[in-house]
Design a protein around this ligand. Structure first.
Ligand code: SIN
Length: 546
C-alpha cells in the first residue's frame, strides 16, 4: 500500500522556476518540492552566460522586448514577452536582496552581450557560473522558509487525476517505495529534455519528466518541434558536449571554418551574434563534408581578444578546457551545436495554468509562447524567475482547501536490467539523426516508426532509469509529431524539404493533446511582430548531422 500524504502544493523540480515558485507558495501553505537528484542538479546549475534584464528604464525594456520578439521568428506571444521584460527587473532586484552576487566593477553591475541582443544587458556571476549563483541564493532563501520541504532523490511518477482535476502526484522514494501526495495544486517546473538527443549541453537529469507526465494526464503540450541547439558546445572525441557560453562571442570570439575563414558574414548581418538558430545551422553547414565523410572542424577563436583577462572572466570554461589541453588565449577551440533548450512544453497561459484544472507549469517545462520559435540568449533564467513567481501567485489565488485523502496502490513491474540504457542511447541517436538541426519528412517518418516500435517494448519497471526512458520516449514522440506537422522552416525548426518560413499557414503554435495535433494562431497581430534582418537563405542540402 502506498504512503499517502497531504500538502498544500507540490512543486516538481528545484531549479530556478521551482524554487522561486516555492518561495511564493510558502506564504500560504506547506510546499513539497521534489527533485530526483541532489538539490542543485538541474539545468539552472549549468547556465553560464547570464541573465538578460533591462535595468535602464523604459527604452531598455522596449528594446529587450523587440530583441525577444525578433529572435522568436514570428511565433512569440507578445503579451507574454512584455510580462517577461517588464517584470524581469523587479524579480532580479529581489534576487539581489536575497543575496545573489552578480559580478560588479567599481560597484556597478557588469553587463555583457550575447547573440541577437541589441545592447549589453546580461548580468553574470562568478564569470561564467550565473545559474549556480542564482540557484544558491534561491536555495538559501527557500531553506529559510519552514513551510517548504525540499525532498531529494525522489522521482515524480505521474499526476493523480480525478474527475479531470489534478489532485496530486505519485512518486518513487529513494529506497524504492512508492508514495503519493495530494495537494491543492501541482506545479511542473521540471526543466527541459536535452537527453532526448545524443549531443546535448544538458545534464543527465534533463529527461522531460514534467512534460511527459502532463501528456499522459491529458494536458495540452505545445510547440515541441522547437528545440534550440546551442551553436557552440565543445567538440572533442570522448568528451561531453560542454557548453561554451555565447558570452565568449559577446566578448569578441570569432567563428572560423576549416579553411580558417570567418564565415558568419555569409549568413547574417549580426555575424557571430546572430540569433542562435542561425549560428547553429551555419556551423553545421560549414562543417559539412560531402560524401558522408566526417564533419569538418569549426572553431571558436579568442586569440585576438585583448583587454580582458579571459581566465578571470570565464573561470569555469577555462578550467574545463585546461583539463582537455586547451587554452582560450592560445588555442582554436573546436565546436559543434548541441541540443540545449526546449521552447515547447506544457501549454500554459501567462499565469502558468495548463489545460488541466489545478495543474500549472513554469520555466523550461512550460510553453507560454514567450520564446516563440527560438529563445533569445539568457532569457531562460529570467523566464524561470518571472513565470515561477507568477504561477505561484496564481495558484494561491485559484486554489481552495485541500481535497480529502484517498488511498491508492501502485504495483511495481519487472526490472528490465541494462536494456534500458541501450534503449536510451538508441532513442538519443535516432532523434539526433532525424529530428535534430535539419529535418525532412522521410527522416521524421522513419523516426516516428522507430519510436512506435520502441514504444511497444518499453520496460514497465518502476525504477528511475525506466521511468526516464518512458518520459524521453514520450517527449521524442511529441517532438517528431509536431516537427512532421510543421511543413515550413522557422526558428529552431528547419525542414530541408520546406526551407522557407510560411506565415500564411504556420504563424501558429502546434498543440498536441492525447495524440491529436492541432494549430492555434499566435495572438499578436503580424504588424506587432518585428521582422528579423534578412540573412542568407539557410542550407537546403542536408549536411550529415553526425
Ligand atoms: C550561454 O551561456 O550561452 C547559455 C545561456 C543561454 O542558454 O541563454
Amino acid at each position: 500500500m502506498a504512503i499517502t500524504e497531504v500538502v498544500d502544493f507540490v512543486v516538481v523540480g528545484a531549479g530556478i522556476a521551482g524554487l522561486r515558485a516555492a518561495i511564493e507558495l510558502a506564504r500560504a501553505g506547506r510546499v513539497l518540492v521534489l527533485t530526483k537528484e541532489e538539490l542543485g542538479e538541474s539545468n539552472t546549475q549549468y547556465a553560464q552566460g547570464g541573465i538578460a534584464v533591462a535595468l535602464e528604464g523604459e527604452e531598455d525594456v522596449a528594446l529587450h522586448l523587440q530583441d525577444t520578439v525578433v529572435a522568436g521568428d514570428g511565433l512569440v506571444e507578445r503579451e507574454v514577452a512584455e510580462i517577461l521584460v517588464q517584470e524581469g527587473p523587479e524579480r532580479v532586484l529581489e534576487l539581489l536582496t536575497w543575496g545573489a552576487n552578480f559580478d560588479r566593477k567599481d560597484g556597478e553591475l557588469m553587463r555583457t552581450r550575447e547573440g541577437a541582443h541589441s545592447r549589453s544587458r546580461i548580468l553574470h556571476a562568478n564569470g561564467d557560473a550565473t545559474g549556480r549563483e542564482i540557484g544558491r541564493a534561491l536555495l538559501e532563501h527557500a531553506r529559510m522558509q519552514p513551510q517548504i520541504e525540499l525532498r531529494e532523490y525522489t522521482t515524480s511518477l505521474d499526476l493523480i487525476v480525478e474527475d479531470g482535476i489534478v489532485r496530486g502526484i505519485t512518486m518513487l522514494r529513494p529506497h524504492g517505495e512508492i508514495s503519493e501526495a495530494y495537494a491543492r495544486a501541482v506545479l511542473l517546473a521540471s526543466g527541459g529534455a536535452g537527453q532526448v538527443y545524443s549531443e546535448t549541453t544538458n545534464p543527465l537529469v534533463a529527461t522531460g519528466d514534467g512534460i511527459a507526465m502532463a501528456d499522459r494526464a491529458g494536458a495540452e503540450i505545445a510547440d515541441m518541434e522547437f528545440y534550440q541547439f546551442h551553436p557552440t558546445a565543445l567538440s572533442l572525441p570522448g568528451v561531453p558536449r560542454f557548453l561554451l557560453s555565447e558570452a565568449l562571442r559577446g566578448e569578441g570570439a570569432y567563428l572560423l571554418n576549416s579553411r580558417m575563414e570567418r564565415f558568419m558574414q555569409r549568413y547574417h548581418p549580426q555575424l557571430e551574434l546572430a540569433p542562435r538558430d542561425v549560428v547553429a545551422r551555419a556551423i553545421t553547414q560549414e562543417g559539412f563534408a560531402p560524401g558522408g565523410a566526417a564533419p569538418l572542424p569549426v572553431y571558436l577563436d579568442m586569440r585576438h581578444v585583448t583587454g580582458i583577462d579571459l581566465t578571470a572572466r570565464f573561470p569555469g570554461i577555462s578550467w574545463f578546457l585546461r583539463q582537455n589541453g586547451l587554452d582560450l588565449k592560445l588555442d582554436l577551440i573546436p565546436v559543434r551545436p548541441a541540443a540545449h533548450y526546449l521552447m515547447g512544453g506544457v501549454h500554459t497561459g501567462i499565469d502558468g495554468h495548463s489545460s488541466l484544472p489545478r495543474l500549472y507549469a513554469a520555466g523550461e517545462a512550460a510553453c507560454t509562447g514567450v520564446h516563440g520559435a527560438n529563445r533569445l540568449a539568457s532569457n531562460s533564467l529570467l523566464e524561470g524567475l518571472v513565470f515561477g513567481a507568477r504561477a505561484a501567485k496564481f495558484m494561491l489565488e485559484e486554489t481552495e482547501i485541500a481535497p480529502g485523502v484517498d488511498g491508492r496502490d501502485l504495483i511495481a513491474g519487472l526490472h528490465p536490467g541494462a536494456l534500458v540504457d541501450a534503449q536510451r542511447t538508441r532513442l538519443q541517436s535516432l532523434m539526433w539523426r532525424h529530428a535534430g538541426l535539419l529535418r525532412d519528412r522521410d527522416g521524421l517518418r522513419s523516426a516516428a516508426a522507430e519510436l512506435a516500435e520502441m514504444g511497444e517494448r518499453l520496460p514497465s519497471a518502476v525504477e528511475r532509469p525506466a521511468i526516464e526512458l518512458k518520459n524521453l520516449h514520450t517527449v521524442a514522440s511529441l517532438i517528431v509529431q509536431a516537427a512532421l506537422g510543421r511543413e515550413e522552416s522557422r526558428g529552431a525548426h528547419f525542414r530541408n524539404d520546406f526551407p522557407r518560413r510560411d506565415d500564411l499557414h504556420y504563424r501558429k503554435h502546434s498543440v498536441i493533446r492525447e495524440g491529436d495535433l492541432s494549430w492555434v494562431a499566435v495572438s499578436s497581430a503580424p504588424a506587432e511582430l518585428a521582422e528579423r534582418p534578412a540573412g542568407k537563405p539557410q542550407p537546403q542540402s542536408p549536411p550529415s548531422p553526425r
